[in-house]
Write a protein that binds this ligand. Structure first.
Ligand code: CU
Length: 68
């Protein structure tokens, strides 16, 4: 089973930031789909139930951005 989580991502200012966040989230095991919007400042993630929101936030943080 998979769920969708929407993260508010702060600090993205260009397509490179979007790519960095997308890559960081996509690299996580259990993540199926990632869609990052620069205008909205958010990342929509489709992932398995075993992936915690905390894990997603940490991945975004490691890429250099902050997620809520
Ligand atoms: Cu950038």
């Amino acid at each position: 089973m998979s769920v969708k989580t929407v993260l508010d991502v702060e600090g993205m200012s260009c397509p490179h930031c979007v790519a960095a966040v997308t890559d960081a989230l996509s690299a996580l095991p259990g993540v199926e789909k990632v869609k990052v919007s620069l205008e909205k400042g958010e990342a929509k993630v489709k992932h398995g139930v075993e992936v915690s929101v905390e894990t997603l936030k940490n991945a975004v943080a490691e890429a250099g951005f902050s997620a809520r």
